[in-house]
Write a protein that binds this ligand. Structure first.
Ligand SMILES: Nc1ncnc2c1ncn2[C@@H]1O[C@H](COP(=O)(O)OP(=O)(O)OP(=O)(O)O)[C@@H](O)[C@H]1O
Ligand SMILES: O=P(O)(O)OC[C@H]1O[C@H](OP(=O)(O)OP(=O)(O)O)[C@H](O)[C@@H]1O
Ligand SMILES: [Mg+2]
Length: 283
């Protein structure tokens, strides 16, 4: 049985979180900056360290079975791969941006205008859908200096904080697509048991990250009100306290509405609320 291969970014914005999620799955491997391939000691897997632009095609062509790469790169390369799991990091938006003093006001104003970008495929698809014909200028990087140098009237690029736009006298004009890091797979490995195992581990790490373990004290008179607020993984654990008529409640709460939940629990009579991170949740 050939050893599974996963391709991740060698260096750049996705490398750290890609390595972290694999380590959190219990995989032990070296991540030397100089190495292009690393063998996992305790799981039948090899890790290929690549430029992110190459990952979708490595997976599409079966050179790598799996990959971790931004959705923007998958769309730009039009690679035929399976999206196995969105990973929640590397979040960004691909936007059209114009100069702060530009007279471009509506999408139609982009007709005949020059737009500089590293993502011509995504831009072309968007403009065609909108019935707009622009002059797309493809450049590999530092796209934001284009308008200032008179190279283009607008740009199409990744935006996260908006800092790069601002520092180049640009402002967002139209959102085209949102992107985050995705675990992708070659269509031929979807029923591979090791892939299923790795996917379960990744999902258990992601689920743990989006939840917190909570322990609190409450009198029995208020217990039902508190339990009604705690869906938990199955149902809350109730442990009697030494003090009469008081119990400790153990449960799991979602990160996303954490503070609202904490305030509701306090209002329902919960006291001494302890909150702890969870390493994995295996359902
Ligand atoms: N500013 C950002 N904020 C959040 N995510 C980003 C940002 N810039 C890029 N990304 C995401 O991270 C991915 C990798 O970005 P990075 O800048 O490391 O790519 P790169 O310069 O093309 O690296 P490589 O040398 O691997 O080609 C992008 O494709 C995108 O999905
Ligand atoms: O909205 P912001 O938070 O400013 O991020 C957007 C910038 O981030 C990326 O560049 P990066 O910094 O990764 O450098 P690169 O162009 O070399 O990839 C992207 O190409 C934008 O230029
Ligand atoms: Mg790249």
């Amino acid at each position: 049985m050939k050893t599974l291969k996963i391709a991740i970014q060698k260096s750049g914005r996705l490398n750290e979180k890609s390595v972290e999620i694999l380590k959190n799955c219990g995989l032990s491997f070296e991540n030397y900056k100089s190495s292009l391939i690393s063998t996992v000691q305790n799981f039948p897997l090899e890790i290929l360290f690549l430029r992110d632009d190459d990952i979708p095609e490595y997976v599409q062509d079966g050179i790598a079975d799996l990959g971790i790469v931004g959705e923007n790169v998958i769309t730009e390369t039009k690679a035929g791969v399976e999206y196995l799991q969105r990973l929640g990091f590397g979040k960004c938006t691909l936007k059209i941006a114009i100069q702060t003093g530009s007279n471009i006001e509506k999408l139609e104003d982009l007709n005949g205008k020059a737009i500089a970008t590293s993502y011509p495929v995504i831009l072309e698809k968007f403009l065609t859908e909108k019935g707009i014909k622009s002059d797309i200028r493809t450049i590999s990087g530092s796209v934001e200096i284009g308008p200032g140098l008179g190279l283009s009237d607008a740009i199409f690029d990744i935006v996260s904080t908006g800092g790069t736009l601002k520092s180049n006298g640009l402002k967002p004009f139209a959102d085209v697509m949102s992107s985050e890091a995705v675990l992708i797979g070659n269509k031929s490995i979807l029923d591979n048991p090791e892939v299923a195992e790795l996917l379960q581990r990744i999902r258990s790490v992601l689920s743990a990250k989006s939840n917190k373990y909570v322990v609190l004290n409450v009198s029995k008179d208020n217990l039902q009100k508190v339990v009604d607020l705690l869906p938990g993984v199955k149902s809350p654990t109730i442990v009697p306290l030494f003090e009469e008529n008081w119990v400790a409640v153990h449960s799991v709460i979602a990160e996303e509405d954490f503070w609202d939940k904490i305030n509701s629990l306090k209002a329902a009579g919960a006291e001494g609320i302890l909150v702890m991170p969870i390493e994995k949740i295996i359902t």
